[in-house]
Write a protein that binds this ligand. Structure first.
Ligand code: NAP
Length: 450
């Protein structure tokens, strides 16, 4: 069989699992992989909290997968602008879209153009050393009293990073410049606003316990807010995660007074964000009541409301995928429509199209969830392989095309050089990794270490 030419758009965890599954097919493959970031591993590098070192260390596992694959990596290259569908649609037998999610679910009524209002993605990318898509968020305007809307794991990550002691953050791969800013802000209070109750909190018990067990913080919540209704009790009895979350929350009511405080406000929905002098300085939250069947309870606003002064406000209400130019997209689910990973409406071209990861199933689950999803997608690809021999491909050299367009890209060897440098510099600085976060730093590293 002739070599099957594959393009993978994205280099995050789902793309790495696709590569793994592709290699395991033992088919003759030649894989090109592009990513808008200069380095591989996507959300693992830009989204996972820097103090989650066990998860971060999956980069070694993904590195081994990429090491063994017949693969060329092109970092710093965006699909849709640097390379467009017309360039590649007749140049590959198969194109896999593993582009994850690109933006936040915005909270209606919040003005994200203010420098002290941000979506979680801006904040998470910032403390991971990356500049986010939106430029308005200024971490210097966080202040000491931060509000977070939403109670998923990302909200908990942000609260934990803000409340942790700088000395503990310094050991992680978090850039020192970010630690310095957090230190300067003297964050003493973080408020988490969940629109539903403790039984519906989206976070997982491990992450909840990790935050509440920080020995520098006192958790404050109204004991009556964790009283469960009959419907909540059904959810509690039927779901281990709910049971554990509620039990963890019950235990924190009596935590000692400490210098930093985490306030958890259940059944609270944003009514108004108050703006003064171009910055949010507080919120009015409306109390909600829940109704509906177990596991499907939704909120209704009541007339009761309360005011909380804040120095900044972050919405952490989930992420959403973005449409890729030329690829069919469901604007409601923010995913690419597919059947078992094969994109259902195929543009006219030689290539057959597939998807994996969050752009396939939405932003749910942990990194490992992507493994079975990638396997399903690659099984669909294998079922199509016989049809590839009928396709005549146009000659195409990705590296040559990028050079002709004067685009700077970073190869997998470039990544290996950076990786070795980041680890060895990290050791010298007693950090897990000293992250290269700007193109200038990457260029300098490659010049002096290649
Ligand atoms: P998420 O789990 O979907 O949580 C979103 C939160 O925002 C929920 O509390 C949701 O409340 C709330 N929300 C949504 N729209 C809202 C609105 N308009 N107003 C007020 N609240 C609103 O999203 P996420 O935290 O971004 O996490 C994404 C995925 O990454 C999840 O699968 C998560 O587990 C995973 N993750 C895992 C880890 C880890 O394992 N350590 C770390 C980070 C992220 P409702 O429930 O009422 O909708």
């Amino acid at each position: 069989m002739d070599t099957i030419k594959v393009l993978i758009v994205g280099a995050g965890p789902s793309a790495c699992y696709v590569v793994d599954a592709l290699v395991k097919t033992d088919l003759p493959l030649s894989i090109d992989m592009i990513d808008r970031y200069p380095q591989p591993f996507g959300l693992l590098r830009t989204g996972v909290a820097p103090d989650h070192e066990r998860i971060k260390s999956l980069d070694t596992y993904f590195g081994k997968i990429l090491d063994q694959a017949p693969l060329k990596f092109y970092g710093n290259i965006s699909f849709g602008s640097d390379i467009i569908l017309d360039d590649v649609k007749d140049a590959y037998h198969a194109i896999f879209f593993c582009t994850g999610t690109e933006s936040d679910n915005d909270v209606p009524g919040l003005d994200y153009s203010l420098s002290n209002v941000a979506g979680s993605r801006d904040v998470v990318e910032w403390y991971n050393g990356y500049t986010s898509q939106r430029t308005h968020f200024d971490p210097l305007s966080l202040g000491n009293n931060v509000g977070i809307i939403g109670m998923g794991n990302v909200a908990l990550d942000i609260a934990r990073i803000f409340l942790k002691e700088p000395v503990d953050l310094a050991k992680t791969e978090m850039p020192q410049s970010c630690i310095d800013i957090i230190t300067q802000q003297h964050i003493s209070d973080v408020h988490i606003f969940a629109r539903r109750g403790p039984a519906q909190a989206k976070c997982t018990p491990l992450e909840l316990a990790e935050l509440l067990e920080l020995d520098t913080i006192q958790t404050l919540l109204d004991p009556s807010s964790i009283t469960l209704s009959d419907t909540d009790m059904v959810e509690y009895n039927e779901t281990k995660r709910v049971q554990k979350n509620v039990d963890i929350l019950k235990e924190v009511i009596s935590t000692k007074s400490r210098s930093k405080r985490l306030h958890i406000h259940f059944c609270s929905q944003l009514k108004e964000a108050h703006v003064n002098d171009g910055a949010v300085n507080g919120v009015t939250m409306a109390k909600t009541i829940l109704s509906g069947d177990p596991h499907q309870q939704q909120t209704t606003l009541t007339d009761e409301s309360y005011h909380v002064p804040l120095t900044s406000l972050i919405s952490s209400t989930g992420y959403k995928g973005a449409a890729l130019p030329g690829i069919v997209f469901n604007e409601k689910t923010h995913c690419i429509p597919h059947e078992a990973g094969k994109i259902t409406t195929q543009p006219k071209s030689s290539a057959t199209y597939y998807c994996a990861g969050w752009i396939k199933r939405g932003p749910q689950g942990v990194i490992g969830t992507n493994k079975s999803g990638a396997k399903e997608t690659v099984d669909s690809f294998v079922a199509d392989v016989a049809s590839f021999s009928n396709k005549s491909l146009q000659p195409f050299d990705l590296a040559k095309t990028l050079k002709q367009r004067n685009l700077t890209y970073y190869s997998y060897d470039d990544w290996k050089t950076q990786n070795a440098f980041e680890i060895s510099e990290g050791e010298k600085k007693n950090k897990k990794r000293f992250k290269l976060t700007t193109i200038t730093d990457i260029e300098h590293c490659l010049k002096t270490n290649s």
